[in-house]
Ligand binder design. Structure first.
Ligand SMILES: C[S@@+](CC[C@H](N)C(=O)[O-])C[C@H]1O[C@@H](n2cnc3c(N)ncnc32)[C@H](O)[C@@H]1O
Length: 155
């Protein structure tokens, strides 16, 4: 199973690349995490927010094969403990489909994609900034994997 994170936002600061990279490199090939950055829609003065969100959704769809298990990251989604995340990951693996995790832009995930998602996952009731979402997600996926394989990292 491969995981791909489709995240709106480009040119993250180096500490984000380093943080995410640290956990990515610890993951094995059959639980690998690919990061796909999606260019944000234009939000200049008088810009139409709905159009910006729609263009982000369009760019996300272009990067999906259509066969992935879709997980939308949303504050209003379902909170999972790390143990529950590990159970989810075990189920994803059993199902044999790759998993696409979607992180929206400043105005959230395009509604059509959110509605199409198989699962909606909340990392916290707090609204988190993009850089932290990426690092938290990478660390929790690594932690979930360590639980699945009995690695002592998680305690
Ligand atoms: C800065 S937030 C945008 C907040 C926006 N107002 C919204 O309603 O989604 C950017 C993205 O980070 C992700 N995100 C932020 N906080 C989150 C949380 N607590 N749980 C899950 N995803 C979160 C979501 O994918 C969100 O679209």
């Amino acid at each position: 199973m491969k995981l791909k994170l489709l995240a709106v936002g480009t040119k993250m600061p180096s500490w984000v690349e380093q943080g995410v990279g640290e956990y990515r490199k610890r993951l094995p090939r059959d639980f690998s995490l690919e990061i796909i950055e999606i260019a944000p829609g234009a939000r200049g003065k008088n810009a139409d927010i709905a159009r910006a969100v729609a263009s982000e959704g369009e760019r996300m769809r272009e990067r999906l094969k259509g066969t992935e298990h879709l997980v939308a990251l949303e504050v209003s989604g379902k909170p999972w403990s790390t143990e529950q995340l590990a159970e989810q990951a075990a189920d994803w693996r059993l199902a044999g489909r790759d998993v696409a995790l979607l992180v929206g832009g400043p105005d959230g995930i395009e509604p059509g994609l959110s509605a199409r998602a198989d699962q909606r996952w909340s990392l916290s009731p707090l609204t988190l900034p993009h850089p932290l979402v990426r690092i938290l997600l990478a660390e929790q996926l690594y932690r979930a994997w360590t639980l699945l394989v009995g690695h002592p990292y998680h305690r």
